[in-house]
Design a protein around this ligand. Structure first.
Ligand SMILES: O=P(O)(O)OC[C@H]1O[C@@H](O)[C@@H](O)[C@@H](O)[C@@H]1O
Length: 265
């Protein structure tokens, strides 16, 4: 059985107006995110048959989760996103009354760029000395090729770069603590960010020339699982009818123009 999921478009200051053109959208602001699959209260996606994702989820896992446990977006950029960090489960439970933190991972559909901070103590020094506009000095900048996977565990200080389009899989959370927004006037959340930031090495999160990656929360891959599983299938080419599909306990042929998310229940 397969169910198409109706996508939802979110404008972002750093978004990519090419997406507005592809989907023939009239929004004045560029679209930055297409929410492909979400049970999050900010936007709950519906399946093609009118059922909400959470309703569908409950028919599978009963009341084990308060909402569908993963959230999948297409993120497309023209500018840098903020330098930011996400909390882990413990912090989100204790201080945000949220069921989950936000570990995430990206698959680059285009060549692109991102940055992370490998030395959080140094970042704190810069923040304490008011050197916010020099934070780029404590970031490691990485250019990547189309087809690269990047894991961003909660606590990683990161920024997705301009002219990058990624499929982003994450725990179902919208908790983002911004540290620096490149001079744009949006709110920052420095105190919380400092509490949750961890030093992470590039070599531990970059997966080039691999079939995918596994996190404690999901598997994200160019290949299908060996055993029957609940699978989300995502196309790698963006066309007007671009959408994710849920595939339920069915043997599907591995297709080279699709990527898959599974092992998330
Ligand atoms: O705070 P801004 O720059 O708008 O970025 C917010 C976005 O950041 C990305 O890294 C992802 O975590 C997205 O899920 C999130 O919505």
């Amino acid at each position: 059985m397969q169910f198409k999921i109706i996508p939802h478009f979110r404008s972002m200051i750093w978004g990519n107006s090419d997406i507005n053109v592809i989907f023939e959208l009239e929004n004045e602001m560029p679209i930055g995110e297409i929410w492909l699959l979400s049970g999050h209260p900010l936007y709950e996606t519906k399946l093609e048959n009118g059922i909400s994702l959470n309703e569908f989820g409950r028919s599978i896992y009963d009341s084990k989760y308060e909402r569908f446990p993963i959230l999948i977006k297409l993120v497309s950029t023209k500018q840098w996103l903020s330098v930011q960090v996400h909390p882990d489960n413990d912090y989100a439970n204790s201080f945000e009354k949220e069921p989950w933190g936000k570990s995430e991972a990206w698959y680059f559909l285009t060549d692109g760029e991102f940055a992370i901070c490998e030395d959080v103590d140094k970042m704190k020094e810069y923040i304490n000395n008011g050197k916010m506009d020099k934070l780029n000095e404590v970031m490691t900048f990485v250019k990547v090729r189309k087809g690269t996977f990047v894991n961003i565990p909660a606590g990683t200080v990161h920024a997705l770069g301009p002219n990058s389009t990624v499929i982003e899989v994450q725990q179902s959370s919208d908790l983002t603590y911004r540290i620096y927004d490149w001079g744009r006037p949006r709110e920052t959340h420095i105190e919380k960010a400092i509490q949750v930031s961890k030093s992470i090495k590039i070599s531990d999160i970059l997966s080039e020339n691999t079939a995918g990656l596994q996190t404690p929360y999901f598997t994200f891959s160019t290949t299908l699982p060996e055993k029957d599983s609940l699978i989300v299938e995502i196309p790698t080419e963006i066309t007007k009818d671009f959408c994710a599909k849920i595939i339920l306990k069915e043997t599907v042929d591995n297709q080279s123009d699709k990527i898959y998310v599974y092992n998330f229940l």
